[in-house]
Design a binder for this molecule. Sequence first.
Ligand code: IPE
Ligand code: MG
Length: 239
Amino acid sequence: MDGNGRWAKQRYLPRLAGHRQGLESLSECVKNCLLRGVRVLTVFAFSSENWSRPPEEVSGLMDLVVNALMREAAALKEQGVRMFFIGDRAALSHQVTSVIAQAEVMTAANQRLIFNVCLNYGGRWDITQAASRLASSNMAITPESLDGAMAMAHVPDPDLFIRTGGEQRLSNFLLWQAAYSELYFSNKLWPEFDAAELDAAIAAYSGRERRFGKISEQIKPVQPPSTSSTLQKAPPYAS
Ligand code: IPE
Ligand code: MG
């Protein structure tokens, strides 16, 4: 969800106003995903690297998370959304950890949309925490065991990976899981990411051929065999 700061700057507003608008955009995005039957939405809210931002921005972002959850958790529960918070909770304040744990418990019975919020998350953190957990229980490290030990093991790998704000990089998001994701780079700043842009991303995704290492012919649907013994080259009206 990149571009909140630039959105605010364009309007001569403080960066936090951009983050507040970004939250509105996220709320719309959840609704739009529900309307379109999307089963899993994962957003990058705060990275392991975001701690190095000015302290007032960091505390403002944490306050926004707490307030948004206190305000929206009940409505998300009503809408059938199940929330997960992904990331290292050790560095989060007691207030943040308690409100996110509450939201997870509150929505635990829901199935309509899995909504993963990555908070103090980094793709490298996830790979290393998974590997060290396997190592400390003397388990072999294989692609499958590592996959199962990742913080995102409860959902399939993402089909579509959207980066907003005009940047074309992964920035340590879902490094392991995005191995075969289709990437979509949007020039929209996150606060402007609306239903039309979500549809544009989904339309772009729909036009992609996903080969997973195979060749095109292996994945195209098999043509039904012709029922006629002769090859019908001319259209029917020519006969
Ligand atoms: C939001 O956008 C990302 C968060 C860490 C919440 P930015 O804050 O990175 O916005 P820009 O890149 O400065 O525009
Ligand atoms: Mg940014």
